[in-house]
Design a protein around this ligand. Structure first.
Ligand code: S3P
Length: 171
């Protein structure tokens, strides 16, 4: 089956460019892009930061899994950009691959650090020594991203246009 005929799902670490790449792909594939963080914020009527602060990370992870189950009902083919922790649960990895073509945007810790310096919207990167936090989390997660992925695109040193064009060639 032509992979362009399926949902395209972008996974990867915070700051890997999933949202901007999703928008660039939406023009190329002529379809809508849905962002799982934004959908959860809309359903909950509050920000990701507030959800983490008031309910904790485990609650947010439950909301992510519930959302993936809902997205399986989407008939029209879409692009989904996902939160950086989406592929951590085994159940989510299975749901992601049932959903469509999973594209992993891989990125170095240094690039993430440069892109997200000063960002206050990612609860997991707040506090002292964000670069170390990024390195630790990325090392823990790399294997899960790769397990979930149908294809891997390196995003370091590339702009959104280049990344989106590479994905189009591989689809
Ligand atoms: C998270 C990534 C965030 C958001 C939440 C947790 C993570 O999404 O889902 O802060 O665990 O990596 P982005 O990857 O869009 O920043």
């Amino acid at each position: 089956m032509d992979r362009k005929e399926e949902h395209v799902i972008l996974i990867g670490f915070m700051g890997s460019g999933k949202s901007s790449t999703g928008v660039a792909l939406s023009y190329r594939l002529q379809r809508t892009v849905l962002d799982t963080d934004k959908l959860i914020e809309k359903q909950e009527g509050r920000s990701i930061s507030e959800i983490f602060r008031k309910e904790g990370e485990a609650y947010f992870r439950e909301r992510e899994t519930a959302l993936l189950r809902e997205l399986k009902k989407e008939k029209a083919k879409q692009i989904f950009s996902t939160g950086g922790g989406m592929p951590l649960r085994e159940e989510n990895r299975a749901l992601l691959s049932e959903l469509g073509t999973v594209v992993y945007l891989s990125v170095s810790p240094e690039t993430v650090y440069e892109r997200l310096k000063g960002d206050t919207t990612r609860p997991l990167l707040q506090g002292d020594n964000p670069l170390q936090k990024i390195k630790t989390l990325l090392a823990e997660r790399e294997e899960f991203y790769r397990q979930a992925a149908d294809m891997v695109i390196r995003s370091d040193g590339k702009n959104t246009t280049q990344v989106a064009d590479e994905i189009m060639e591989l689809l």
